[in-house]
Ligand binder design. Structure first.
Ligand code: 6PG
Length: 354
């Protein structure tokens, strides 16, 4: 089948590669001409503009956009202006599902099918395949099924869920038509909200393990911090790189995120070079907003989102206010800077992570 791809960053380019490996024809465009040329060298047809791209497609056309969410609206309008009724426009980026709902309604009036495809898999997708959460009209989703099936991981070596038999259902192959326009990105949004929560749980637990030797370090604490009452119970210089590797084997918390954590700690046990300022590109915020809108409690997901804000010092003023109040009512001084040991130096002092 033929597919056009706009946006040849890591995700877009690798989706094209995966499709071409399985015999699909790809026509590609990116504002970066070198990215286009790289894929032309691998067998794609290149285009130097959106109209040029569309002119090279067979009818009914299928155009997949893999561009940053902030550019998707503009690119979608440019593409839709040169598409015709019966063509399909697919947004595979991390867009807000509300934008899909709006855009789908506008493009429907011109007879263009708009599909939103939440795409998970990151830089590993070329080999592993991408998990696809699809929203859009039934007929268009069905027409594009060969594309989804190729991009998705397939059944792979994952053990079949007890009770399932016969032909593999789409969800067992790694793609699912979740519902009408917007449903794909809604499911991806919640997926990412969960991603934040799992990541935060692993990070917090590993940090507690990292501090299980607090009894050994107790003497270094400032008088302004409550003393550790029972230092004898916190004498464990635990190697978190080894524990995360251990948990990958047979443990209840084994997961791909843990695999990646173990790999990161194995490469760099003290995580040197990472300041711990964690970005968020919107999905976690939209998840919490949707939960508030429909009145569903998501305390873990919300806490993990707020943790990211705090990681970027966005709690600084709140903490200054806390210190100010403490100073006001009790004359309590702040902890002098320098009294808080960096995790990395704790590790080297206690001989961990070597
Ligand atoms: O499923 C995936 O492959 C990931 O969820 C991915 O889509 C994610 O959006 C970005 O890697 C970073 O997202 P944040 O910036 O929000 O952490």
């Amino acid at each position: 089948m033929q597919l056009a791809m706009i946006g040849l960053g890591r995700m877009g380019a690798n989706i094209v590669r995966r499709l071409m490996r399985q015999g699909h024809d790809c026509v590609v465009y990116d504002v970066n001409a070198e990215a286009v040329q790289a894929l032309v060298a691998e067998g794609a047809v290149g285009a130097d503009s959106i109209p040029d791209l569309v002119s090279k497609l067979q009818v009914p056309r299928a155009v997949w956009m893999m561009v940053p969410a902030s550019l998707t609206g503009q690119v979608a309008d440019e593409v839709a202006a040169v598409l015709e009724p019966g063509d399909a426009l697919i947004d595979g980026g991390n867009s807000n599902y509300r934008d899909d709902v709006r855009r789908a309604a506008v493009f429907r009036e011109s007879g263009i099918d708009y599909l939103d495809v939440g795409t998970s898999g990151g830089v590993f997708g070329l080999e592993r395949g991408y998990c696809l959460m699809v929203g859009g009209p039934d007929a268009a989703v069905q027409r594009l099924e060969p594309i989804f099936r190729t991009i998705a991981p397939g059944p792979g070596e994952i053990e079949r869920t007890p009770g399932r038999s016969g032909d593999f259902a789409p969800e067992e192959q790694g793609f699912l038509h979740c519902g009408p326009s917007g449903a794909g990105h809604f499911v991806k949004m919640v997926h990412n909200g969960i991603e934040y929560g799992i990541m935060a749980a692993l990070a917090e637990g590993l940090n507690l393990l990292e501090n299980a030797d607090a009894g050994i370090r107790e003497a270094q604490h400032s008088a302004e911090i409550a003393p550790l009452e029972e230092p004898e119970f916190y004498q464990f210089p635990i190697d978190t790189a080894k524990v995360s590797e251990l948990w990958r084997r047979g443990s209840v918390v084994s997961s791909w995120l843990l695999d990646l954590t173990a790999a990161a700690l194995n490469q760099n046990p003290t995580l040197d070079g990472l300041a711990g300022r964690v970005s968020d590109s919107g999905e976690g915020r939209w998840t919490v907003k949707a939960a508030v809108d429909v009145g569903v409690p998501v305390p873990v997901l919300a806490a993990s989102l707020f943790e990211r804000f705090a990681s970027r010092d966005e709690d600084r003023f709140a903490n200054q206010v806390l210190s100010a109040m403490r100073l006001q009512f009790g004359g309590h001084q702040e902890l002098p800077s320098g009294d808080v040991l960096e995790a990395g130096s704790r590790r080297s002092e206690s001989g961990k992570g070597s």
